[in-house]
Ligand binder design. Structure first.
Ligand code: NAD
Length: 436
């Protein structure tokens, strides 16, 4: 099939590449000319495991092409995916200007029947608004389908190729059939393609993300409470997670959720509730608790240094909002760094993939180091913000040798408390024994 994907970010590029992998002819459109040039030269503009292999293979086979021209995209695809940003607006709602702006352009230039597929995460009712925006400009027949994306950054290729479910919100039989044909190769193992109305599809995505954010936040509160009462959140987590109704995943406490999705999606669903005279109280709490959790290490650090961080140097391991991505949107590390800078501290950082993005944002306010052991040279303490695998078994001897003092503040509970303390470290983590 001929497919166009408008917006070539984490979702659009993975969607386009994986659809090319199953034999479709895909044209990816992006407004960012530099990015398009980079991709035309065979460079993947984001870090996503295994994407480079598929990307290269499909470009070579001429199934994957790039352009800045929306008109070209409209001409090419019988199915047009919108994988555009829906960032948080000032009032917490999802900013639909990218989606509706492109919809208007589609209306102006559409020449024959197309299925417009919304892959962006959007509030309930957006497919009606997209439809109206196109209809306003044209009499040509088209259908709008809501097809929310559930891929996780860091596992995006695998998630797209082997989805647990595909959600299609559609009221057109013709469009539904096309979507089923397109996705058939991805559900050979028997996972479902769920067909529903557009509104339910739109809400499914927000509800899923908000539920996961709530699960993480609940565990963070349990962890905080563990510290008050001398319980160990690792024990509690395993005890809880053994119940199959709860499950083991998403129970790890830490320094809050970040990224380009959970923060904005929880806020957007909360705002959507407000707009429809419904007070999503639970989401209100999730937003509040998570915002405090991002800097939960700061009071612990301040307390250790008697509130005086002036002239202290900290080494930070991990900047991305989670491992296996270079995405730093809403990353807790950035909030922690900002607080430490406010207190007059110096910061060295290391992240396997996210440093260029952080450098674009923070410039020379902090020092970038090229490996994890340079980060901690002469530092007063190490702070761990992202659970990249390489941080899990460090050479503690080398740390002790290079650091000014053997102190670790761990926002991701990477180490066994006894082991690190036996190595001679003062070790503070989340929801476990508070170091004295
Ligand atoms: P992104 O910011 O990485 O990419 C968006 C791309 O769209 C950018 O390359 C940008 O240049 C391009 N763009 C902006 N305006 C354009 C226009 N008018 N024409 C063509 N291109 C344009 O965003 P993303 O992370 O891929 O997210 C896209 C959508 O998918 C959002 O709604 C997001 O909530 C949702 N989503 C994201 C994830 C994720 O893990 N990132 C997962 C599921 C759903």
């Amino acid at each position: 099939m001929k497919i166009s994907v408008i917006g070539t970010g984490y979702v659009g590029l993975v969607t386009g590449t994986c659809l090319a992998e199953t034999g479709n002819e895909v044209l990816c459109i992006d407004i960012d000319a530099n990015k398009v040039k980079q991709m035309q030269q065979g460079e993947v503009p984001i870090y996503e495991p295994y994407l480079d292999v598929l990307f290269e293979r499909n470009i070579k086979a001429s199934r994957l092409k790039f352009s800045t021209s929306l008109l070209e995209g409209l001409e090419h695809g019988e199915i047009i995916f919108l994988a555009l940003p829906t960032p948080e607006d000032e009032d917490g709602s999802a900013d639909l200007s990218y989606v509706l702006g492109v919809a208007k352009e589609i209306g102006k230039h559409i020449k024959n029947y197309k299925v417009i597929v919304d892959k962006s995460t959007v509030p309930v009712g957006t497919s009606d608004r997209v439809k109206a925006a196109i209809e306003k400009e044209t009499d040509i027949d088209f259908d709008v389908v809501s097809n929310p994306e559930f891929l996780r950054e860091g596992f995006a290729v695998d998630d797209f190729l082997k989805p647990e479910r595909i959600v299609i919100g559609s009221s057109s039989e013709k469009a539904t059939k096309l979507m089923q044909k397109l996705y058939k190769p991805f559900v050979r193992s028997g996972n479902p393609i769920l067909i529903m109305d557009e509104r339910s599809a739109e809400l499914t995505k927000y509800a899923a993300n908000s539920f996961l954010a709530t699960k993480i936040t609940f565990m963070n509160e349990v962890a905080n409470f563990c510290e008050k009462v001398g319980a160990d959140v690792d024990m509690v987590r395993i005890g809880m997670g053994s119940d199959s109704r709860i499950g083991k995943r998403f129970l790890f406490p830490g320094i809050g959720y970040g990224g380009s999705c959970f923060p904005k999606d929880v806020k957007a669903l909360h705002k959507s509730g407000k707009d429809n005279n419904y007070d999503f109280e639970i989401l209100n709490s999730v937003i509040k608790v998570n915002s405090a959790q991002k800097t939960i290490l700061i009071p612990k650090i301040l307390s250790y240094y008697n509130t005086d961080l002036k002239g202290k140097t900290f080494g930070v391991w991990g900047l991305a909002f989670k491992p296996e991505t270079d995405d730093i949107r809403e990353a807790p590390a950035l909030y922690i760094i900002e607080e430490l800078l406010k207190h007059g501290a110096n910061i060295n950082v290391f992240d396997p993939e996210a440093m260029p993005n952080v450098e674009k944002k923070l410039g020379d306010k902090i020092n970038y180091t090229s490996n994890m052991y340079d980060t901690i040279k002469d530092v007063d303490a190490l702070i761990i913000c992202t659970e990249w695998s390489i941080f899990r078994t460090p050479k503690f001897n080398l740390l002790k040798e290079r650091m000014k003092a053997p102190v670790i503040f761990d926002g991701r509970n990477l180490y066994d408390i006894k082991e690190v303390e036996n190595e001679g470290f003062h070790y503070t983590s989340i929801g476990r024994k508070v170091a004295t």
